[in-house]
Design a protein around this ligand. Structure first.
Ligand code: COA
Length: 265
């Protein structure tokens, strides 16, 4: 597709997806959201994908919502406006609930929905000169679609400061509040992402999917309320073929059969 807003490619078990509107700093409009939604649905169903790397083409990772598109909403009917908002909310939910591991590769800037995209990644590697921000209020809007995911990452205290001030902040601050996990010089970005990829390829794929699901299920619930869930979860998992193979491989001092690579299979 010549005018596609995202670009994807595979390297063995690793799926790369890149926002590809560099002229507008990868701002998210309805077409980008539709493409990411279709891609996320297909990826969620594709068991051969073990790790996703999400990045952006050009100077920055993502400048958030496409403000030209948002501005045009004044001419939409309330129903059309709500339909588009629901499509965006659904896209963030699909990305957040992908069963495979998702690594964000952030360079340049992650603003508004760009910081939202970072929030739905499991691991974020950022260039040390990248700028972050929940800048929506500076435009008179709010970070509604991304709020649940960003809140889960940075907590209410930082969210209150950053959602209300709309201030831009450094990658180092993003690291301190839990939005990113590694901050490196831009020249080391790909090598650092690759190290995480290697670690994830040697983790059990069903275990990753279940760990992600469990985290969503137990978030904000007291331990006493999730005793059964935790017991059922480990009981099912340790008896599974994947776990049996993983433990047998450890005891036999070899790699498990499900260890994946980036090489084409
Ligand atoms: N929506 C629509 N267009 C955007 C955009 C957005 N979110 N962000 C950038 N653009 C456009 C600019 O209007 C400009 O268009 P032009 O070439 O027609 O003038 C082009 O992208 C390049 O932007 P520019 O600001 O010149 O690039 P930069 O590399 O100097 O800075 C950013 C990049 C991301 C730091 C800066 O563009 C920015 O702050 N964008 C707004 C981010 C924001 O507040 N997003 C929240 C949305 S809710």
């Amino acid at each position: 597709m010549g005018d596609a807003h995202i670009r994807t490619w595979r390297a063995g078990a690793v799926e790369h997806v890149e926002l590809n509107r560099p002229d507008v700093r990868n701002a998210l409009n309805d077409q980008t959201i539709a493409e990411l939604t279709t891609w996320a649905e297909a990826t969620a169903a594709d068991r051969s994908v073990r790790v996703v790397v999400l990045g952006g083409a050009g100077k920055v990772f993502c400048a958030g919502a496409d403000l030209t598109w948002f501005r045009a909403m004044a001419g939409y009917s309330p129903e059309e406006n709500l339909r588009d908002a629901r499509a965006g909310a659904r896209m963030f939910h699909l990305l957040d609930s992908l069963p495979c591991a998702v690594i964000g590769r952030v360079h340049g800037a992650a603003l508004g929905g760009g910081s939202g995209l970072a929030s739905v990644c499991d691991i974020v590697v950022a260039a040390d000169d990248a700028v972050f921000g929940f800048t929506e209020v500076k435009l008179g809007i709010i970070p509604a679609m991304i709020a649940p995911y960003s809140l889960a990452k940075i907590g209410r205290s930082a969210a209150r400061e950053l959602f209300l001030s709309g201030r831009r902040f450094t990658a180092q601050r993003a690291l301190e509040i839990g939005l990113v996990h590694a901050v490196v010089p831009v020249a080391d970005l790909d090598a650092t992402v690759d190290r995480y990829v290697e670690e994830l390829l040697s983790s059990g794929p069903e275990a990753i999917a279940e760990a992600k699901q469990l985290l969503r299920q137990i978030a904000h619930r007291p331990p006493e309320d999730v005793q059964d869930l935790m017991a059922e979860s480990i009981a099912g998992r340790r008896a599974s073929a994947e776990a049996q193979e993983g433990m047998r491989a450890f005891l036999e001092k070899r790699a498990p059969a499900w260890k994946a690579t980036r090489d084409p299979q």
